[in-house]
Design a protein. Structure first.
Length: 445
């Protein structure tokens, strides 16, 4: 049963002439139903709060002393509104023979939250870490899905003894069937997360945050931080390129080709969510303290406002496959392998990831297979190591060579990583100006 179009408490307040105005964030200014008990019958301010995760029945607060002990239950009682009605949620009746309809109804309610999606055949949820503020995709385990189901509707079963419908928890059978399903016709498809404005397949720039139906991307950025002309010119693109190039001026690139590869890596970092495939970027040097990890930090800053979390390079293909599937399910901006001690060997799963838009495999801890997108920036670094065999065709190598005995003793005047993190919207916009100018000029070769 769908929930009422209007919150029953608000409807009752309006019908009785006690509703004043909305105050935002689910808070409403109302006239206290017990104003006649107040001294001189003065209405000194009363508010009703809609139900939330923290307060499932809502809230009530009257500033007058006579109502100091009155809670929202008193408001419900005044208008003869039951607890079930007060929650203002849809109602799902658990009945034998209705399993498909119940699962469909549950999936529809999950979709309405605008937080639940399907990714590669798995139900996922977009979450934000309260500490780091990093947004990621989290696959829902069976217990997590059951909890979500309990929160989005009032579940009821028929009690033969009471000869009435009573509140219950979501049945595990229904939760498991929904969790293990091979398809979800009602949940929107989530292809990835964009941490900055991104290009659609037609070359148009998507500057709105939130879910985009056309691309299946979810934007988690403040559009006001990114400023660029609607139709950038060649001159504007050249100025943008010069500014980005200046960020790299103190890196000890071995050749101009290596600097060009670093600029290509910056553009790829900004555009990765728009590209079906992209090469890996490997930073190598002959000795420690050459700036390899620092360059990877800079590239990461263009891909995401959060700091990276490098991984050790997998020892074999099985380990690599598990790591890649687990990481890509969360839609990371960057997958980085730091401080390699051996050459970048061509694990089959890594080769497939770098040349395919999707990879598939069994989800760790679950009995189902997922197909996930590969739109992440892949980075690696190490001393005197490089891609070999099939990885040479899938990797752009950037060589740094300080050409001195003690690279760690060098002095620097610039701090490009701190500069980009502090003004990320500006520098990401410069990269977008370059690509948009090329597209607006009919993509010259």
């Amino acid at each position: 049963m769908p929930r009422a179009d209007e919150n029953p408490v608000i409807a009752a307040l309006k019908n009785s002439g006690r509703y004043k105005q909305p105050l935002g964030d689910g808070k409403h200014d109302i006239t206290c139903p017990w104003v006649h008990e107040h001294t001189d019958q003065l209405d000194q301010g009363t508010a009703y709060f809609e139900p939330s995760e923290s307060y499932p029945l809502g809230g009530f607060k009257c500033m007058h002393g006579h109502c100091a002990d009155r809670r929202v239950s008193a408001l419900h009682g005044f208008f003869e509104i039951s607890k079930i009605e007060a929650k203002h949620k849809p109602m799902i009746l658990v009945q034998a023979g209705e399993l498909p309809r119940i699962c469909d109804a549950t999936e529809l309610e999950l979709a309405k939250t605008l937080r639940h999606y399907q990714r590669g055949g798995v139900i996922v949820m977009i979450t934000t870490d309260p500490g780091t503020r990093e947004t990621a995709v989290k696959p829902l385990s069976l217990p997590s899905l059951t909890r979500a189901m309990a929160g989005l509707a009032v579940w009821m079963r028929y009690d033969k003894r009471a000869e009435d419908w009573v509140v219950c928890d979501p049945p595990e059978k229904h939760a498991r069937i929904l969790h293990d399903a091979t398809g979800y016709p009602h949940l929107p498809v989530l292809n990835g997360i964009a941490r900055q404005p991104y290009l659609r397949p037609d070359g148009s720039l998507m500057t709105d945050a939130g879910y985009d139906v056309a691309t299946g991307m979810f934007g988690v950025f403040n559009a006001r931080q990114f400023k660029m002309p609607a139709i950038p010119t060649r001159q504007q693109a050249e100025l943008a390129l010069a500014t980005l190039s200046d960020l790299l001026s103190e890196f000890a690139f071995k050749t101009e080709h290596d600097k060009a590869a670093a600029l290509a890596a910056i553009l790829t970092a900004v555009l990765r969510s728009s590209l079906p495939q992209a090469p890996m970027f490997h930073v190598k040097a002959p000795s420690i303290a050459s700036g390899k990890s620092y360059l990877c930090e800079l590239l990461t800053a263009f891909a995401t406002p959060q700091k990276g979390t490098p991984h050790a390079f997998p020892a074999d293909d099985e380990e690599c496959r598990k790591l890649l599937l687990a990481e890509l399910l969360t839609a990371p901006a960057v997958v980085e392998f730091d401080n390699l001690t051996s050459d970048l060997i061509p694990h089959k799963s890594l080769c497939t990831t770098l040349t395919s838009e999707f990879i598939s495999g069994r989800v760790l801890g679950q009995s189902k297979t997922a197909e996930v997108g590969t739109r992440a920036l892949f980075l690696s670094s190490g001393n005197n190591v490089e891609p070999v065999r099939d990885m040479t065709r899938r990797t752009l190598t950037i060589t740094l060579d300080p050409a001195c005995e003690t690279p760690a003793a060098r002095d620097f005047n610039k701090h490009p990583v701190a500069e980009v993190r502090a003004n990320r919207g500006h520098y990401v916009s410069l990269a977008l100006i370059i690509v948009r100018a090329w597209h607006c000029a009919d993509r010259p070769k």
